[in-house]
Write a protein that binds this ligand. Structure first.
Ligand code: ATP
Ligand code: MG
Length: 384
């Protein structure tokens, strides 16, 4: 299918993320309704063409758990990607509308994501890199599919914003700058599942009213004190005051971690400056705090990253989910990704290292989810 911009009639905007805007669009010649994602990339023509070539791999991705790809084209200075339109949208919007997702549906969601990840990794040797509720989609046929995986290395480099995972779903090893693998996707799935199960982002406070702006609240907070125009430069100017001793204070300086935190902060600054420009053209920036459950302590994005690295992983609330479900979620959120005991110079027991997507498929909760007849279609219909 040769996609051309003039053949696509934009019907409605579905949402926008860090790097792009997604619309529902009609491909007039074929009458197919598609989701059209427009990504702005400030890079050379050669790189843009390279990205386009790399995106072609998506044509070979064919799985019931992966959103189909129709094609991509350049529309200077943007890259447009057209994919299957999922009419019930993404799970972040869904749980914000209907509340916490019931366990049987959650099982089907986990099974779809794990199957999609296994397919991507086993067949195409790619990891997703951006697993989170906004990249898990549902349609009214009750199908659950993942989208926005990092298929193009060049695209990952060019728009770190879009394709490098949002900090808050990042695994501890990735935040630390350690080698990371497909098991990082498993961690992100775990965080997403807890979020869907409890109906709010697991690192925010219990008494927080669920708000669609929770993530922005982190960003806003981390930017308190960064001025409008100088988002990025203020930062490199070393505003050590806001980074603070206790936010970047591993016992000895950790260059890798520091650099990823710096990058994260720059990204947050850029996001924020785009956002304010778009919505308000400036104005007062309130440092809306997000605190940890019960602690009453305000967390900046840097503190959050440090928290993920140093503190115990989140868990499902006790007694509300089946033991099989708890076992699965706990496994996805094991902090240690590699099965190697450095001290004993031997492999870690299976119960200690985070499993791969393929291993997860063997878990009782997944076997149960595969065997049971859950009416996801009825659930999809119930969403306004
Ligand atoms: P980020 O940019 O950090 O990945 P995001 O996933 O929310 O965040 P986009 O990928 O730009 O940002 O998507 C914006 C929104 O568009 C999503 O939240 C989702 O609700 C909607 N969307 C994306 N792809 C589709 C699709 N294929 N079908 C239906 N809705 C979609
Ligand atoms: Mg997305």
């Amino acid at each position: 299918l040769d996609l051309r911009n003039e053949d696509l009639e934009v019907l409605e905007e579905l949402g926008c993320g860090n790097g792009g805007t997604v619309s529902r669009a009609l491909h007039v010649p074929t009458k197919v309704v598609m989701a059209k994602k427009v990504v702005h990339i400030a890079t050379s023509d050669t790189t843009r063409k390279q990205i386009l070539r790399e995106l072609q791999i998506m044509h070979d991705c064919s799985s019931p758990y992966i959103v189909s790809f129709y094609g991509a084209y350049l529309q200077d200075p943007h890259i447009c990607m057209c994919m299957e339109f999922m009419d019930k949208g993404s799970l972040d919007n869904i749980y914000k509308k209907v509340g916490p997702i019931p366990e049987p549906i959650l099982g089907k969601i986990a099974l779809a994501v794990v199957s999609g990840l296994t397919y991507l990794y086993e067949v195409h040797k790619i990891m997703h890199r951006d697993v989170k509720p906004s990249n898990i989609l549902l349609n009214s046929a009750g199908q659950i599919k993942i989208c926005d995986f990092g298929v193009s290395g060049e695209l990952i480099n060019s728009v770190a914003d879009t394709f490098v995972g949002t900090s808050t779903y990042m695994s501890p090893e990735r935040i630390s700058g350690d080698p990371y693998s497909v098991k990082s996707d498993v961690w992100s799935l775990g965080i997403s599942l807890v979020e869907l199960a409890i109906g709010r982002f697991p690192f925010s406070s219990e008494d927080d009213t669920p708000s669609s702006d929770e993530e922005e609240a982190f960003v806003r907070l981390s930017l308190a004190g960064v001025d409008e125009e100088g988002g990025e430069s203020t930062f490199s100017g070393g505003d050590a005051g806001t980074i603070g001793d206790d936010t970047l204070s591993p016992a000895k300086p950790d260059k890798k971690r520091e650099s990823i935190m710096l990058a994260e902060r720059q990204r947050a600054a850029k996001r924020e400056s785009l956002r304010t420009r778009k919505h308000s053209g400036g104005g007062a920036r309130k440092a809306t705090g997000v605190s940890l459950a019960g602690s009453g302590h305000q967390m900046s994005i840097l503190e959050l990253l440090q928290y993920i690295v140093n503190e115990p992983a989140p868990r499902l609330p006790a007694g509300r989910f089946s033991p099989a479900c708890e076992q699965f979620v706990d496994a996805t959120l094991r902090k240690e990704p590699v099965g190697w005991n450095v001290k004993k110079k031997g492999p870690l027991p299976k119960e200690v290292a985070r499993p791969t997507p393929k291993e997860l498929l063997e878990y009782p909760w997944m076997q149960q989810a595969a065997a049971t007849d859950v009416d996801v279609e009825a659930f999809a219909r119930s969403i306004p």
